[in-house]
Design a binder for this molecule. Structure first.
Ligand code: HEM
Length: 187
């Protein structure tokens, strides 16, 4: 992906998820309160994943390293900014999962798990403040949806690249000829 495509992805994911500057401020404002709980959120996340037979083999023997990585990522959800740098980073994370051959549904499934756990945590923190609870939950949902869109785009790009490889192999067309035809068609 070039910078223009990343910028397009940033705008596209923002439109769908509805992430705003206010939400970014809300999330940053929560950082200090949620940070002490990121380890327990992560542990409960992995406890569920380890119970899923299809997911377990991807985790055993590297759970400690993954746990640390995951905690750092969760902290980044409450740090921002959700700009081009964040999009590039999360696209790369998506790509790491593609290369590790994780099924695509793991992304949406695990994001649902994180969402539930963060809702539970925020529910405890703001049990006496429904307005703040609603504001926090809305911001968390938006940024997790945003992140999921970016990570899944890596899967889509990889699928398209595989299809193209297959097409070139079947037709015997060179990559150069394909690129020339594609850019002529664009014009
Ligand atoms: C909310 C969803 C998830 C997020 C945000 C996430 C985040 C990350 C991050 C930040 C990395 C490190 C990437 C790097 O090398 O810089 C990573 C690697 C990895 N994740 Fe995830 N992950 C998610 C879901 C999952 C799930 C569901 C599994 C497996 C069941 C998984 C398995 C792995 C594995 C195996 C690696 C290491 C790949 C390698 O180094 O070859 N992840 N993840």
């Amino acid at each position: 992906m070039d910078d223009h495509e990343y910028e397009q992805l940033l705008q596209y994911a923002k439109q769908f998820s509805g992430v705003t500057d206010d939400m970014e401020n809300t999330l940053q404002g929560l950082y200090g309160r949620v940070k002490p709980h990121m380890a327990e959120v992560t542990d409960s996340f992995y406890a569920v994943l380890l119970d899923i037979p299809k997911a377990k083999p991807f985790l055993v023997e590297r759970i400690d390293a993954l746990r640390e990585t995951h905690i750092k990522w969760l902290e980044s959800v409450f740090s921002g900014p959700f700009d081009l740098i964040y999009v590039k980073a999360m696209y790369r994370v998506g790509d790491v999962h593609v290369k590790a051959k994780l099924p695509v549904e793991f992304m949406a499934g695990s994001m649902a798990l994180v969402t539930t756990r963060l809702h539970q945590l925020l529910g405890t923190i703001f049990k006496d403040d429904p307005k703040q609870l609603m504001e926090s939950v809305t911001a968390v949902d938006a940024i997790l949806g945003f992140t999921l869109m970016v990570m899944q785009q890596s899967y889509e790009s990889s699928r398209l690249a595989e299809e193209l490889e297959k097409f070139l192999k079947i037709t015997g067309m060179s990559r150069t000829l394909f690129d020339n035809l594609a850019s002529a068609y664009k014009e």
